[in-house]
Design a protein around this ligand. Structure first.
Ligand code: 5CA
Ligand code: ZN
Length: 393
């Protein structure tokens, strides 16, 4: 897939109820790398990211910790932004909260209801206001369900509940139908929904409408971790097709493989976390963290270990030493190789190996006969590392 002069990218953002961990960072560094490669190839990049600043896990954590959900979200969003800045991640052009997207969701769900692509489900006994209803998307009204994930129904059913779905909810037409609008419940935040009634958006419709509002239908890249392939990206896409009558939602889907710890997916809900902010607090150079992430190809799952960081720190020192000479081996072939690796399905490990080779040669030559070294080469390599890999030395 080759984008036009403008490359439009939407990457699913955090749910801000806990601090940024190595898995999140891997995802945002991967898309930062993609943005850099697209810009280097001459595209203008329009990058949109959401933040799920109202959702069940955020409300539950706020209640557990005795803080308001707004205060918790605000604090975690601020920390996330600091972490991203420290890691050299270029900020998105539009960073949009679910809360600010509510009016757009209300309009979209209202339209889906009147088009017969959505339906109301009565609330369970004793929940919500009299006559209120939740609203679900009618999957049977859609074409192309499954086109994003290419999963079969058994695969879908196997993960739907653990990934925020509610297959057992009475009154749904299909167990997989996703929630579009949740009617207000006692103690939960809600917004005016016009004919939908008071409530709040379901998860997938948040990303559908933010992407449509800021990028339009058929943008270039939809990104996130592999844990979002189904249901999140599948449902976001099918809803967008129903809203606009167009297809596809995104031309390409790019998913970062899961980063784990001790054999399990690193996740806020499981609490097996390596936090970026904690490492920074303990004095770890954020560029070493970035190098530890770039040492793995985005499609390959891996586990974080102390060794990952130790290797990255060693590499960082070696690169710094290689760049510190007066002159160095010619930069051109190395920079060309970095570009070539990135163009080859974002082969970050390959790009790092090219820099390793240059830095090693630079140190060897500096220690021996300095004849033939190019003045300016370290500066060129240093600037290429900054621009292409986001590594500032
Ligand atoms: N707010 C939603 C997306 S709309 C969400 O999934 N939030 S999150 O905080 O759980 O995850 C933020 C991003 O990090 C998502 O793109 C998710 O796919 C990715 N992610 C989460 N855990 C990992 C992990 N262990 N490894 C790699 N990426 C991960
Ligand atoms: Zn999303």
């Amino acid at each position: 897939m080759t984008p036009g002069p403008i490359a439009r990218m939407y990457v699913c953002g955090i749910t801000p109820y806990d601090a940024t961990h190595m898995g999140h960072a891997a995802t945002y560094v991967t898309f930062d790398l993609l943005g850099r490669a697209l810009r280097d190839a001459g595209h203008e990049v329009i990058y949109v990211q959401n933040v799920t600043d109202v959702d069940d896990p955020l409300l539950e954590r706020a209640q557990r910790d005795g803080v308001t959900w707004q205060a918790l979200a605000e604090m975690e969003i601020a920390l996330f932004r600091e972490d991203m800045t420290a890691l050299g991640v270029i900020a998105p052009d539009h960073y949009i909260g679910a809360v600010e997207g509510v009016p757009s969701v209300v309009k979209a769900v209202t339209d889906l209801l009147s088009a017969g692509a959505a339906y109301r489900v009565d609330l369970p006994e004793g929940e919500g206001a009299a006559g209120a209803s939740d609203i679900y998307f009618e999957l049977s009204s859609a074409h192309d369900f499954g086109a994003v994930s290419s999963w079969d129904r058994d695969q879908m059913m196997a993960v739907f509940a653990e990934r925020g779905g509610d297959p057992e909810r009475a009154g749904k037409h299909d167990q997989l139908d996703p929630l579009l609008w949740r009617a207000a419940r006692e103690g939960e935040p809600s917004w005016p929904g016009g004919e939908l009634g008071e409530g709040r958006p379901g998860w997938h419709i948040e990303c559908t409408t933010i992407a449509l509002d800021y990028l339009g239908m058929t943008f270039d890249v939809q990104g996130g971790g592999t844990d979002l392939i189904f249901p999140h990206h599948e449902m976001s896409a099918i809803q967008a097709c129903a809203i606009t009558g167009g297809s596809p939602f995104a031309r390409a889907y790019v998913h970062q493989a899961m980063v784990g710890l001790d054999g399990a997916k690193m996740s806020k809900s499981q609490g097996n976390l390596v936090l970026i902010s904690k490492l920074r607090e303990s004095g770890v150079d954020p560029m070493a963290i970035r190098l530890a992430l770039l040492a793995h190809h985005y499609r390959t799952p891996w586990d974080w270990t102390d060794q990952s960081l130790a290797d990255a720190q060693r590499r960082l020192s070696m690169w710094r030493a290689g760049l510190s000479g007066n002159g160095g081996p010619s930069a051109d072939a190395t920079i060309a190789r970095i570009r070539e690796c990135l163009a080859n399905d974002l082969d970050a490990p390959g790009a790092l190996a090219a820099v390793d080779a240059w830095a090693e040669e630079s140190m060897e030559r500096a220690a021996g006969d300095p004849g033939g070294l190019e003045i300016g080469a370290p500066g060129l390599v240093g600037r290429a590392l900054d621009a292409l890999l986001g590594v500032r030395l």
